[in-house]
Write a new protein. Structure first.
Length: 132
């Protein structure tokens, strides 16, 4: 699940409502540092980035977190996200700041309206494992 974090730690009340699915991708640039003196390539890890996206049933109620995400996109402001699971007594996932890259709304015939929201991380993504 994707949660908007408005205080120091994520909690169940911060989930973006109507979520159908979500994904998180963490990347690292691999830099080739080979030279002509070796038959084998040598590589090192370089810069890292992350992104996530979610598919949601459309919720345009003024108090909806989906509406606040649209406001953040228009303003160009980052949001704090937690991507993971919050179960009784355990929090596991990833925490970081992200910009909203895109919001796409689908109005299919004879189907629920859905919204696809894509986020691009800005800064470090941290692994969170807590017992609460």
């Amino acid at each position: 699940k994707i949660y908007l974090v408005t205080s120091g730690t994520p909690d169940i009340d911060t989930a973006i409502g109507g979520e159908l699915s979500s994904n998180l991708t963490i990347n690292q640039v691999i830099v080739d540092v080979s030279d002509k003196d070796n038959d084998w390539t040598e590589k090192i890890g370089g810069t890292k980035d992350w992104s996530c996206s979610g598919s949601f049933n459309l919720n345009e109620i003024s108090t909806s977190k989906q509406v606040s995400l649209f406001s953040s996109l228009v303003a160009g402001t980052a949001v704090k996200l937690f991507i993971g699971e919050i179960n009784t007594g355990r929090v596991f996932g990833y925490l970081g700041d992200a910009l909203i890259e895109s919001i796409a709304v689908t109005f299919d015939k004879d189907a629920a309206m859905t919204k696809e929201i894509s986020f691009q991380g800005t800064g470090e993504l941290t692994n969170v494992t807590e017992t609460v």
